[in-house]
Design a protein around this ligand. Structure first.
Ligand SMILES: [Zn+2]
Length: 174
């Protein structure tokens, strides 16, 4: 991994940002740049990924049905809209969204964190109750007892779910 220290921060402008870049070969997706910037002064951080070769806009649909599916690799760029209809949750694309290479379990973990936060800190008993129910659902999903659908739409094409079960369709360019 290449690390560059004392880079100008895009938010506060101070030369306190650390840039990290790495090239990873993702099987069935190709060589991919993984990079992140983190400012030691203002705390700004951003991570993203980009395939080395040009990609077409894609829509990927995947349904988990077993514990084994938790290990399926996911490549998600900051341009991707990720929807989990089973949990009625999504990750919107854009500035605040990080790109990452992870697996299904890692993706679920991000949602789990948000829901746990609602369970532990909401003043509304109905919010806490529905959070608890969602966490129960997630436990079942992880064991493969409850199927979970994942839909990723990425106009940049820099996203993938690496599985034979994943359905990939091309999206129209905007
Ligand atoms: Zn900064």
């Amino acid at each position: 991994m290449d690390t560059l220290k004392n880079q100008p921060c895009p938010v506060c402008g101070k030369k306190k940002a650390v840039l990290m870049e790495e090239e990873i070969d993702v099987p069935y997706f190709g060589k991919t740049f993984v990079f992140s910037i983190c400012c030691e002064d203002c705390g700004f951080s951003k991570a993203d990924i980009e395939a080395v070769e040009d990609k077409e806009p894609v829509k990927i649909t995947f349904e988990t049905t077993s514990e084994e599916d938790m290990k399926v690799r996911i490549v998600k760029s900051s341009n991707a809209l990720v929807k989990i209809p089973t949990l009625r949750m999504s990750i919107e694309p854009g500035e605040g969204s990080d790109g990452f290479i992870s697996n299904v379990e890692g993706l679920i973990g991000k949602f789990e964190k948000v829901i746990e936060g609602q369970r532990d800190s909401s003043d509304d008993p109905s919010v806490r109750k529905s959070a608890k129910n969602l966490l129960k659902k997630i436990r079942k999903i992880k064991f493969g007892d409850l199927p979970m659908k994942i839909v990723i739409e990425d106009p940049s094409g820099n996203s993938a779910i690496i599985s034979d079960k994943a359905e990939v369709s091309k999206m129209k360019k905007k």
